[in-house]
Design a protein around this ligand. Structure first.
Ligand code: C2E
Ligand code: CA
Ligand code: CA
Length: 570
């Protein structure tokens, strides 16, 4: 199967769609929202007698027989509302001849907005077959040949009306997007078809297996009211992904999650059940890959909070409700403040202070982390420059980078622009990334690191020890510093294993000429242990929690003013 996918890689996605459009045996027309022709394929030319040049900009009504113009407008408007239409209409050929044709009219969208309409037109044939085809198009997904969401709604509605009990599963396929991006949409389609086939096989007793979205399936089991049986079935469905792709190596591994609802307990209406199944699926997805979860009141609460945070976060950016705080980084020997880490804070107007551990993943999953991260970087650089201008000893500021930021093609340009705008020299900036972020796009990331290093910026690996701690990363990536995760520091006093791990990291770093910062230092004994083993820097509540800009400044002043020396807390 892999070979077939690889062979399709030659053309760009745009090329392939263009070819598909041009050579489609049915006439295809694209209209803007006003109903003017934007494009058509060669079958369209045959059908109307007009060339694309003649037709471009022409209104839909001038293509339709006079008697059918109101009908055409009506159906066009319904499509603009986002609903697919399927109807018969009389078109007028350039020669004046009128033909009865079947039109499937689809909204073209760009995200939630409808930006135009597409017509697929064919001649009216055998009325019985026509009716069947039309019904098929309304009820089925053409790619997988599975029933679609509207058909699922009908069947689920029937179940509820006849007061039956049963189970509905929402199955979301992960990584399909990256397969589409790397191998092309045709390969993505092939995978979808194969997944559909396998699900049908393992869920043979399902009343229906439907495709309800781009990468979402639903399985309806009439009469299945036992939770254990539902759980076993869900696991079998998830196992399909392991079996299916075990031959294709890690690059093609697909994962998925399932949300399960049982009716009537979890809802007596179609839409509510679909919504609850989707919530359970999202909650399962947050837990881990290839996991299923049953819907529950707690999940509902969690998801409602998540939705509030998600919409709140969008507003927080506009309303400037985000803040950056600064935690001092201290030289373990001299107690001098050698830098600070910029950390994000958010006070939600209704839910109060939200920890970054909760909102950063939301910002990442919605993509909001990119503008937010840029804002943090700018704020941090600006503030650091301000302290330098106020006469403090210049210090390096660390800023956390999210994986999404690292994937942005223009990351290096963005950082360069921010340095330029704020006037901070690159050598006073350090960027922190976690180990997991180094996986995958390795070559590009190494190039990015080199470019950033050239600008004088230091690179640090954050939370070191919690990820893969691969020595290969340390060899390949041009980093300056390791930050030992606080889970290794806390409890170090009474735990020989932790002590050995920390000692090993420290000697490894020394051997590779890397600086080390220990995070989460709360106790004097932890500091003493680290100092004895030549750890360079410490950061933690023993010295200071993260502080507002004013408090950080007072901290500097009360601890030795311009030299930034901390009074020995030990
Ligand atoms: P991190 O980068 O590992 O940041 C260190 C975290 O440890 C901070 O949590 C800090 O307040 C906390 N901490 C410092 N000293 C101590 C201590 O002695 N004891 C304990 N128990 N905790 C200590 P915070 O601010 O809640 O941030 C959590 C995580 O959120 C950060 O972990 C980082 O991964 C992420 N984060 C925070 N700000 C940003 C940001 O601007 N961008 C991105 N991408 N992530 C951020
Ligand atoms: Ca960090
Ligand atoms: Ca950390």
């Amino acid at each position: 199967m892999e070979k077939r996918w690889v062979e399709m890689k030659g053309h760009s996605e745009g090329d392939r769609y263009r070819q598909f459009f041009c050579h489609h045996p049915e006439a295809v027309f694209c209209f803007d929202c006003e109903g003017n022709v934007l494009d058509m394929n060669s079958s369209g030319k045959e059908l109307t007698g007009y060339s694309l040049r003649e037709l471009k900009g022409m209104a839909i009504t001038s293509l339709v027989d006079f008697a059918d113009r109101n009908k055409a407008v009506r159906y066009f408007e319904r499509t603009l509302e986002g609903r697919k239409q399927n109807y018969q209409i009389k078109l007028r050929h350039k020669t004046g001849k009128v033909k009865a044709l079947r039109v499937v009219s689809l909204p073209l969208d760009d995200g939630p907005e409808v930006t135009g309409v597409c017509f697929i037109v064919r001649k009216v044939g055998d009325p019985k077959q026509e009716k069947e085809t039309a019904q098929y198009l309304v009820d089925y997904d053409r790619s997988t040949e599975l029933p679609n969401k509207s058909q699922l709604r009908k069947l689920l509605g029937g179940e509820l009306e006849s007061r039956r009990s049963g189970t509905l599963m929402a199955f979301h396929l992960e990584n399909l997007k990256s397969v589409n991006e790397t191998l092309g949409y045709q390969s993505g389609d092939l995978i979808l078809k194969e997944v559909a086939k396998q699900i049908k096989k393992v869920a043979a007793d399902a009343k229906v297996v439907a495709r309800i979205g781009g990468n979402e399936f639903a399985l309806l089991f009439s009469g299945m009211s036992d939770k254990g049986e539902a759980a076993r079935t869900a696991q079998k469905v998830l196992n399909v992904l392991d079996k299916l792709f075990e031959l294709d190596g890690p690059a093609f591994s697909l994962s998925g999650n399932i949300g399960i609802v049982q009716y009537p307990e979890d809802g007596r209406e179609v839409e509510k059940l679909l919504k609850n199944a989707n919530q359970a699926m999202r909650s399962a997805k947050e837990q881990r890959k290839n996991h299923f979860e049953f819907f529950s009141a707690e999940i509902n609460e969690k998801m409602v909070r998540r939705l509030k945070l998600e919409s709140g976060l969008r507003k927080a950016i506009q309303e400037k409700a985000l803040k950056v705080v600064f935690q001092p980084r201290i030289d373990a020997r001299s107690f001098k403040v050698v830098g600070m880490e910029a950390l994000l804070r958010w006070h939600h107007p209704e839910l109060g202070s939200i920890s970054p551990g909760e909102f950063i993943p939301i910002a990442e999953s919605t993509g909001l982390i990119v503008p937010i991260g840029e804002w943090v970087l700018k704020t941090a650089c600006k503030q650091n420059k301000k302290w330098q201008e106020a006469g403090h000893v210049p210090m390096r500021i660390s800023v956390n980078l999210s994986v999404l930021q690292l994937k942005q093609d223009d990351l290096v340009e963005t950082v360069a622009r921010i340095l330029e705008e704020t006037g901070l020299e690159g050598r006073w900036l350090e960027l922190e990334i976690t180990e997991e972020m180094l996986m995958g796009t390795e070559k590009e990331t190494i190039r990015t690191f080199h470019k950033l290093r050239k600008m004088g910026i230091q690179m640090a690996i954050d939370d070191f020890g919690t990820g893969y701690s691969s020595l290969r990363y340390l060899k390949d990536f041009p980093v300056n510093r390791l930050k030992i995760d606080r889970s290794f520091i806390q409890g170090i006093e009474g735990n020989q294993k932790l002590r050995t791990i920390v000692e090993t990291i420290l000697s490894l770093a020394k051997g590779l000429n890397l600086n080390v910062t220990a995070e989460g230092v709360e106790e004097a004994s932890q500091h003493a242990f680290l100092k004895e083993r030549h750890c360079d820097e410490v950061q933690g509540f023993l010295f200071s929690p993260p502080l507002s800009d004013q408090d950080f400044q007072s901290f500097l002043l009360s601890n030795g003013h311009a030299t930034g020396e901390v009074k020995c807390p030990v």
